[in-house]
Design a protein around this ligand. Structure first.
Ligand code: NAP
Length: 342
């Protein structure tokens, strides 16, 4: 069944935030038709100028009436806002791509990484969940290995930057780091990320995991369509500004070796392999920040299971971990619709 396509208008909810502003920049460089952009945020930001494709538009206070004409609605505001208003935008006939955790594990909502599971998106507009930033980069790196070798278990530790917790948290790291250096360590609390590492990302859940760890484990199973995959995640916030790193160990069903894995990953969409540790070549947050790919390096045998591999994955959490993945979803839907019309 077809539906009437709405005008090429994009609404960005949370347009002044870290993710929202990168969505706008990413839309500028994608061919996705966007004739008009509506930037929404809280009342604090109303009237602020936003540049899009050479034109200035002013941020408006959030109002769901903006959804009526839009073909695309990107949610990158607070979680509560998504929960209440994504269904409203969907009922207005828009494709709704949501960056919050509100709908990711809902059975009837696709959780999408375009390289892996675009097939889960139906033909009619509705809500599509953008996965957690740490999940996306892990899934991109694992999917080609899953296809070739089969996956038996995944053990992952994350090293997540401050920007993953939003603009205020990112800015606090700068303020606290200055205070720490200038006034000494007494000037910041033990909970501060400045010169610290915090193995407590999100809120503590019932099974000893923090919510970021549960998200990573559950979302990975959903995206890879392996409901019983054993996954153990430890999520750590580290004092970097942008890009998340992950140390990964996998057990595979078939024998795997670093050379084959390197070759498969190098030929996979969205992945760049940088793996020459002898010459100090491996991805770091500096390598990945501002770039689109998921970077993989330090590929080696783990030496703990019969068939296993250890490696290091880095990606820009605001790009592939959020905004880029969201725009790629919209672009892929648009391309699919255009192909079915011609
Ligand atoms: N940061 C990441 O790496 C990342 C990755 C994946 C997913 N996400 C998710 O993406 C979403 C946005 O994250 P972020 O890091 O961009 O956060 P952020 O920097 O804190 O930005 C939040 C945005 O939401 C807006 N907002 C807050 N309250 C609002 C309200 N009542 N009505 C309308 N707009 C409101 C803010 O507007 P004002 O400027 O006016 O306050 C701002 O534009 C979150 O759901 C987050 O979990 C983030």
């Amino acid at each position: 069944m077809t539906y009437t396509k709405k005008p090429d208008i994009a609404v960005i909810v949370g347009a002044t935030g870290l993710v929202g502003s990168v969505i706008i920049k990413t839309l500028e460089r994608f061919p996705l038709p966007v004739d008009s952009l509506i930037a929404l945020a809280s009342s604090r930001s109303a009237g602020k100028p936003v540049e899009f494709r050479g034109e200035t538009t002013l941020v408006e206070e959030f109002d769901p009436a903006a959804f009526r004409t839009a073909r695309w609605v990107f949610f990158s505001g607070k979680d509560g806002l998504s929960e209440e208003f994504c269904p409203v935008a969907a009922s207005e006939g828009a494709w709704v791509i949501d960056n919050s955790a509100s709908f990711r594990m809902a059975a009837d909502i696709p959780l999408v990484v375009p390289e892996i599971n675009l097939h889960t998106v139906g033909g009619r507009p509705g809500i599509i969940a953008n996965p957690n930033c740490s999940t996306i980069q892990l899934a991109v790196a694992l999917a080609p290995l899953q296809d070739e070798f089969g996956l038996r278990r995944v053990i992952v530790s994350t090293y997540q930057s401050a920007s993953g917790a939003g603009g205020d948290y990112h800015d606090r790291l700068v303020t606290d780091s200055r205070a720490f250096l200038i006034d000494g360590k007494e000037s910041v609390t033990d909970e501060s990320l400045a010169f610290n590492c915090l193995p407590s990302v999100g809120s503590l859940t019932g099974n000893g995991r923090f919510s970021e760890e549960s998200k990573l484990e559950n979302e990975l199973r959903k995206i890879l369509e392996m409901a019983d995959l054993p996954v153990c995640a430890t999520a750590v916030r580290v004092p970097t500004m942008v890009s998340h790193c992950e140390s990964v160990v996998i057990e595979t069903g078939k024998p795997i070796d670093p050379e084959s894995a390197r070759e498969i990953l190098s030929g996979s969409k969205g992945i760049r392999v940088l793996d020459d540790p002898v010459n100090n070549a491996f991805p770091t947050p500096r390598t990945a920040t501002g770039t689109d790919p998921v970077w993989v390096g330090r590929i080696r045998p783990a030496g703990i299971f019969e068939n296993d591999l250890a490696f290091w994955v880095v990606a820009d959490n605001l790009l592939k971990g959020a905004a880029l993945n969201a725009v790629q979803i919209a672009q892929a839907i648009h391309d699919r619709e255009s192909a079915s019309v011609t």
